[in-house]
Design a protein around this ligand. Structure first.
Ligand code: 2BA
Length: 112
C-alpha cells in the first residue's frame, strides 16, 4: 500500500458509527481519536485515514454522504465562566456536524 494522503477528519459524535461502518465496509484503514471542539467544548470524533491517491475521491464521498449538518443552540459565554451579575447573551444557533477534513501529503509511510 502506498499511502500518500492523510485525512484528518473531524465529525460529530452522532455520525461516528455510520462513518466507521462505511469505512470498514469499503476496506479503508483508519484510527479514531476522541477529541473536543474548541468552540463548543463538546466531544467530537477525529479520524486519521491514510489512503492512496486514487482512493481520495471515494473516501471524501463516503464521509460527505454519512454526516449531517445540524443546528445547535450555544451560549457564547459559558454561564460558569461569566462573572457574577454579568449579562449573559441569549443562546445563538451555530451549525454543527458535517465534517471538517484536512488533506495532508504524506512524505513517508513505513510499517514495521
Ligand atoms: P467546535 O470548535 O466545537 O465548533 C463547532 C461549530 O461551532 C463549528 O462547526 C462552527 O459552526 C461553530 N463555530 C466554531 N467557532 C466559531 C466561532 N468562533 N464563532 C462562531 N461559530 C463558531 P464546524 O466549523 O463544522 O467545526 C466542527 C469542529 O471541527 C470544531 O468544533 C473543531 O473541533 C473542528 N474544527 C473546525 N475548524 C477547524 C480548524 N480550522 N482547525 C482545527 N479544528 C477545526
Amino acid at each position: 500500500m502506498r499511502v500518500v494522503k492523510l485525512l484528518i477528519c473531524i465529525v460529530h459524535n452522532r455520525d461516528k458509527g455510520k462513518i466507521v461502518d462505511e469505512l470498514v465496509r469499503a476496506g479503508f484503514k483508519f484510527t479514531i481519536i476522541g477529541s473536543t471542539g474548541g468552540f463548543l467544548r463538546e466531544g467530537n470524533t477525529t479520524f486519521l485515514i491514510g489512503v492512496e491517491e486514487d482512493e481520495l475521491p471515494a473516501v471524501l464521498k463516503l464521509i460527505s454522504q454519512n454526516c449531517k449538518t445540524r443546528e445547535q443552540l450555544v451560549n457564547v459565554t459559558p454561564i460558569e465562566a461569566a462573572p457574577p451579575g454579568a449579562f449573559i447573551p441569549s443562546p445563538v444557533k451555530v451549525p454543527v456536524g458535517g465534517a471538517v477534513v484536512f488533506v495532508l501529503d504524506v512524505a513517508r509511510f513505513e510499517r514495521y
